[in-house]
Design a protein around this ligand. Structure first.
Ligand SMILES: [Zn+2]
Length: 327
C-alpha cells in the first residue's frame, strides 16, 4: 500500500509518497502560487503528486493544510497568511485520482502523524505545537483527535498571554501568544520591548537607527552574548512561551507535548531550559513532558499520510461526505 501526504504551508507545498509504516519514499517541494484562482493550489498539488507517483497506484491522499478550514466543503475559505486566500482542496484532488482524500489542518495532521508513527505513538493525551512563523496546535485527548465544527478546534496561538500588550495579532486581537512569540512577530515585539530601556547592544543600536532586525538575527545575537537579545529572550520571550504551554497543559492535561517548527527546532536547549524556568509559575496541573519532533521537514507529509492511513474517528463524517466527488 502506498499513500500520498500533502503539507500545504503558507510559503511551500510539500508532497510525499509514504508507505503504510509512515516512511517517506520520495518527496517534492513546490512554492505556493502567488497568483491564480481557487483552483490553482489544487492544480499545483495534482501536478506534484503525478510527479512523484509516476506509475504506481496510490491508495489514498491525506492533506494537512494551513487554515482556517471549512472541512465540510473541503476548502480553505480565508487564509490570512497565504498568497491566494480562498482555495479548494478535496474536490479537485478526488476527481483527479479517484481515491479517498482526508483533510485536516497542519497541526492536526502533525499530532496524528506523531500519534500513529512518531514519538507520540500510543500516547493518548498528546499535543503537537508548532513554534514557527505562526503558532498552532494539534490536540489528542483520550485518544480522540479534537477537530471542531469546521476543523478549527484549538487555535491555541490566539490564547491571551498578556492583557497589557499593545501588540496586535494578525487576527486583530491583542496580547495573543502568536502575536508576542511567533517568528513572524518577534521583530515587532522587540521594538515595543526596548521602549524606555537602554542596552549596550548591537541589536539595540540597529533598532535605534530604525533598521529591521530579523528573528534569526536576534537568536544569533543571543548566542553571541548580546545584552538586549539575552534580556529579551531569557526574561520575556521564554515567559511568553511558558505561559502558552502552561495554558495548553491546564486546558488539555497532556502527557507529552511535542514541539516542532523551525524556531523551536533550531534552538532546542534554549527553549527546553527557558520553558522549564518559568512553566510552574503559570501551571495548575502536573506538567507534561516536552520533546521535539524527529520528523523535521517531513512532519507535514507524514502527518497528512497518517490521516488517510488510519482515519481519525472525528474526521470520518467529513470523509464520508467527500464520497459524492468519487462518482
Ligand atoms: Zn491572534
Amino acid at each position: 500500500m502506498v499513500y500520498v501526504g500533502v503539507d500545504v504551508g503558507a510559503t511551500y507545498i510539500r508532497v510525499g509518497l509514504v508507505d503504510e509504516g509512515g516512511n517517506v519514499i520520495s518527496r517534492v517541494k513546490v512554492r505556493q502560487p502567488t497568483t491564480g484562482d481557487e483552483n490553482t493550489v489544487a492544480a499545483i498539488i495534482i501536478d506534484a503528486i503525478k510527479d512523484i507517483v509516476r506509475t504506481s497506484a496510490i491508495d489514498g491522499i491525506g492533506i494537512g493544510s494551513i487554515g482556517p478550514l471549512d472541512l465540510k466543503a473541503g476548502i480553505v475559505p480565508l487564509a490570512p497568511n497565504a498568497p491566494i486566500k480562498r482555495f479548494k482542496l478535496v474536490e479537485p484532488i478526488i476527481r483527479e485520482f479517484k481515491v479517498p482524500v482526508v483533510l485536516g489542518n497542519d497541526a492536526m495532521a502533525a499530532v496524528w502523524g506523531e500519534y500513529v508513527f512518531g514519538i507520540g505513538r500510543g500516547i493518548k493525551n498528546l499535543v503537537y505545537i508548532t513554534l514557527s512563523t505562526g503558532i498552532g496546535a494539534g490536540v489528542i485527548v483520550d485518544g480522540h483527535l479534537l477537530v471542531g465544527k469546521d476543523g478549527n478546534a484549538h487555535e491555541i496561538g490566539h490564547t491571551v498571554v498578556d492583557i497589557n500588550s499593545e501588540v496586535q495579532c494578525g487576527c486583530g486581537g491583542y496580547g495573543h501568544w502568536e502575536a508576542l512569540g511567533s517568528g513572524a512577530n518577534i521583530p515587532r515585539v522587540i521594538k515595543e520591548f526596548v521602549k524606555g530601556r537602554v542596552y549596550r547592544s548591537r541589536i539595540y543600536d540597529k533598532l535605534l537607527k530604525g533598521d529591521f532586525v530579523s528573528t534569526e538575527e536576534i537568536f544569533q545575537a543571543y548566542y553571541d552574548g548580546d545584552e538586549l537579545a539575552k534580556d529579551f529572550i531569557d526574561n520575556f520571550l521564554m515567559k511568553i512561551h511558558a505561559a502558552g504551554l502552561a495554558t495548553v497543559m491546564n486546558a488539555y492535561d497532556p502527557e507529552l507535548i511535542i514541539l516542532g517548527g523551525s524556531m523551536a527546532l533550531n534552538n532546542r536547549e534554549l527553549f527546553r531550559k527557558g520553558i522549564e524556568k518559568y512553566l510552574r509559575r503559570y501551571l495548575a496541573v502536573r506538567p507534561a513532558r516536552i520533546e521535539f519532533t524527529n520528523f523535521g521537514d517531513d512532519v507535514g507529509i507524514i502527518g497528512g499520510a497518517a490521516l488517510v492511513i488510519k482515519v481519525p474517528d472525528s474526521l470520518r463524517d467529513f470523509v464520508d461526505g467527500y464520497r459524492k466527488y468519487l462518482g
